[in-house]
Design a protein around this ligand. Structure first.
Ligand code: SF4
Ligand code: SF4
Length: 723
């Protein structure tokens, strides 16, 4: 990863009394160090990648404190790391994106939840739910419930979030239970400040080693019969201890309002959105003072029945604001009230959406019917007017687009970066299918999943990170042609090697696997993996297109070592070679697993490295050459087959200058990074010969300047007068 976090590293070092300003996720990172965390691990994923990225670069400071940081190969290994807290008084934290990461970690988490922990254990999860989410929409709440793990969902306010990390460790220790700390996208990126404390060097650490392992204790093992006892302890001791601690430490917040007859119970992470919605009705101010009393749940599992009943007592109705389905909290609240003999009516999903993100607007649309029914004396005019204005604006925009474009605004899905090495591979897949026929394509998680969008529209299923090869195992025996699985190198190391390759080899499957080896886990922020380019490779060619990503051929050696016999490595940008290799894989008589490694460095990483290198050379007045492709508009036939084969954002259209050619012609705009795909596609697909390759030279030498002037003179001589 070429991104430098030097500013963030400085913030992590801040001492007692200084003020931290910044984003929520970095505040959480600082809170871990202030809490005496001894070890941190995790697997990157939005919106929590920053936590691990920053800590990995904070090597020196963590060494001073004795804190260990581990970039884990997947969420399962991160969760298993928390095993250190089962016996030892070590505070540990791991992080990943949920719900998918929690699914991957499920086995270790269950086996952690059963014996419980001695040292505080936190699982910081990026809850990728709702707007901007990139994973399946499920709730981590279900996992916390079924494993009896704690779920902290802090109000997005830096001071409170930092407090909840410190309190979270204490809560975990008081109840011998690991705790999720759920951070929505908005909480990760909320900005604010808090007054720092000193970072705490843990009592046991890399600098203060334990002299002996823990004594043998069978009850700490998840093994029958001790698991039967664990299950009883969870409900008889640990959850009650957690509930007591939540009350004693005031972890949930009660915001009193002027009204007594109705109230709102909200997940902490939604508090800001709730206040935003109440403001529209004139029922809250910008500082959060609300007319309606609010019970803000910074710990959403377990709920504390006495607290819920106490809040609801004397109220005719409460509204439970709970994102996602099913309505676990609402059901719990209703049951609690029933058991306490309270007649308070419970509203929630009857007025709020069952699924989807709870934005300010979504909550306001739920508040309107709740308040109309339960507080008819309130003037809801301002809120209803605001909602009406939103509807009117949306209608006006849709109508304007309809009349201007004649259709709704087309969707703008994300796509590969300009010059991405994965784009040419999918161009080759498209071309290969023209010869071998359509194939079933098992897609995967990663940047390459952009190939499921136009202009490629390739891929039938996505079953999880690194799961593509495994996901075609039921299709291969049922279909005439061979199936194709696509996997990135990040996915290969995360899961694909074992769930896919090992299984396919063991079962003697006849299938084709393409591994896109770009050198990083790119989609989550280009984190390094075991097969990332080493420093020598990067330094040798800071401005060159890297086809050699891993000098140690780690993936190739691993595949050969486990028994892959048909293996080819192809430069990603060589479209025609890739097309031929794919065709060979689909037609060869060899009936086992065929693996093609498409090798080409992630363009984003290359650009990050080359930009300062180029800037340095320009500053020193040294020669810099940049390749750029272009389209000769006189030759372009206007059929746009190049665009259908590329999808590069810098290969686009412009009006034809020729009145006899009414269709727009292709053109390459300024962002072209000269990856060469345009030339490769033109060659591999035998497109019209309109593409040319140019070299833009900055700070040319005297010979080049002379040659340039000579060429210009010759061109002028050859041009008819007047042109
Ligand atoms: S981040 Fe890298 S691999 Fe991902 S789309 Fe961009 S260039 Fe391609
Ligand atoms: S050569 Fe073509 S595909 Fe590559 S960056 Fe330039 S316009 Fe895009």
């Amino acid at each position: 990863m070429e991104v430098s976090f030097s500013k963030e590293l400085e913030q992590l070092r801040q001492g007692a009394g200084s003020t931290f300003h910044g984003e929520g996720i970095l505040a959480i990172t600082k809170a871990l160090l202030q809490s005496g965390v001894a070890y941190v691990g995790g697997y990157q994923g939005a919106p929590v990648s920053h936590l691990l990225d920053v800590l990995v670069q904070a090597e020196d400071h963590l060494a001073e404190l004795g804190v260990h940081v581990e970039a884990c190969s997947n969420e399962a290994s991160a969760a298993a790391m928390l095993g250190a807290s089962i016996h030892y008084p070590l505070r540990g934290a791991v992080t990943w994106k949920s719900v998918v990461g929690t699914n991957v970690a499920a086995d270790a988490l269950s086996n952690l939840a059963s014996p419980g922990v001695r040292g505080g254990a936190l699982i910081i999860i990026g809850d990728d739910y709702g707007e901007g989410a990139s994973v399946v929409q499920e709730r981590t709440y279900a996992f916390a419930m079924k494993s009896s793990l704690l779920l902290i969902d802090p109000r997005p306010d830096l001071e409170l979030m930092v407090r909840m990390v410190e309190e979270g460790f204490a809560l975990s220790e008081a109840s011998n239970t690991a705790a999720f700390v759920q951070l929505r996208i908005r909480a990760c990126h909320v900005r604010g400040s808090f007054v720092c404390k000193d970072n705490i060097a843990p009592a046991v650490s890399r600098r203060a080693l334990m002299s002996d392992p823990a004594a043998f204790d069978y009850s700490r093992l998840t093994h029958a019969p001790s698991i039967f006892e664990h299950e009883k302890i969870k409900t008889a001791e640990r959850l009650p201890a957690a509930r007591r601690h939540i009350l004693e430490r005031g972890l949930n917040e009660l915001f009193a309002g002027s009204r007594e007859d109705i109230g709102i119970i909200v997940q902490g992470g939604l508090y800001n959105a709730l206040i935003g919605a109440l403001q529209q009705f004139g029922l809250a101010d910008a500082f959060g003072a609300s007319t309606l009393p609010i019970l803000n749940l910074n710990v959403t599992y377990p709920l504390v029945p006495e607290q819920i009943a106490g809040f609801c007592r004397g109220k005719q109705a409460v509204l439970v604001v709970e994102e996602g389905q099913p309505e676990f909290i609402e059901q719990d609240v209703a049951l609690t009230l029933h058991r306490h003999g309270l007649a308070t009516a419970v509203h929630g999903k009857d007025v709020l959406p069952m699924a989807g993100e709870y934005s300010v607007e979504a909550i306001a649309r739920g508040l309107a019917p709740f308040l109309t029914r339960r507080a008819p004396d309130l003037d809801l005019g301002p809120g209803l007017h605001w909602l009406g204005e939103l509807d009117a604006r949306r209608g006006a925009v849709a109508a304007a687009l309809e009349s201007g474009l004649g259709r709704p605004l087309p969707a703008r899905p994300p796509g590969f970066c300009t010059g991405c090495p994965e784009r040419p591979v999918f161009a080759a897949v498209k071309l290969a299918q023209q010869r071998v026929g359509k194939v079933h394509i098992a897609a995967d998680i990663g940047c390459h999943s952009f190939a499921t969008f136009e202009p490629f529209s390739l891929g039938h299923t996505i079953l999880g990170f690194g799961m593509s090869l495994a996901s075609r195992a039921g299709v291969s025996p049922m279909i005439e042609g061979r199936t194709l699985a696509i996997m990135g190198d990040g996915g290969f190391w995360h899961n694909g090697l074992l769930t896919g390759v090992e299984s396919a080899l063991y079962n003697g499957d006849d299938a084709v696997l393409v591994i896109l080896k770009n050198g990083y886990t790119s989609a989550t922020g280009t984190q390094e993996i075991i097969s990332s380019p080493d420093e020598e490779v990067k330094a040798a060619a800071p401005n060159k297109q890297q086809s050699l990503v891993d000098r140690n051929v780690t993936i190739e050696k691993t595949l050969r070592g486990i028994g892959v016999r048909w293996l080819r490595t192809v430069d990603s940008y060589r479209v025609d070679t890739m097309r031929k290799t794919l065709e060979e894989a689909f037609t060869t008589p060899f009936a086992g697993l065929k693996v093609i490694i498409a090798e080409g460095e992630c363009q984003l990483e290359r650009q990050r490295r080359s930009k300062p290198w180029v800037a340095g050379r320009l500053k020193r007045g040294e020669r810099v050459e940049r390749v750029k492709y272009g389209v000769d508009e006189d030759v372009c036939s206007g059929d746009h087959s190049c665009i259908r084969l590329s999808g590069c954002p810098t290969l686009t259209l412009k009006d034809s200058p020729d009145p006899l050619k009414p269709d727009p012609v292709a053109t390459v705009i300024d962002g072209c990074v000269g990856c060469g795909l345009c030339g490769e596609n033109a060659h591999a697909a035998t497109l019209c010969p309109s593409f040319y390759r140019g070299e833009v030279v900055q700070n040319p030498g005297p010979a080049e300047r002379f040659l340039h002037r000579l060429r210009q003179a010759v061109i002028r001589m050859l041009q008819p007068a007047g042109e």
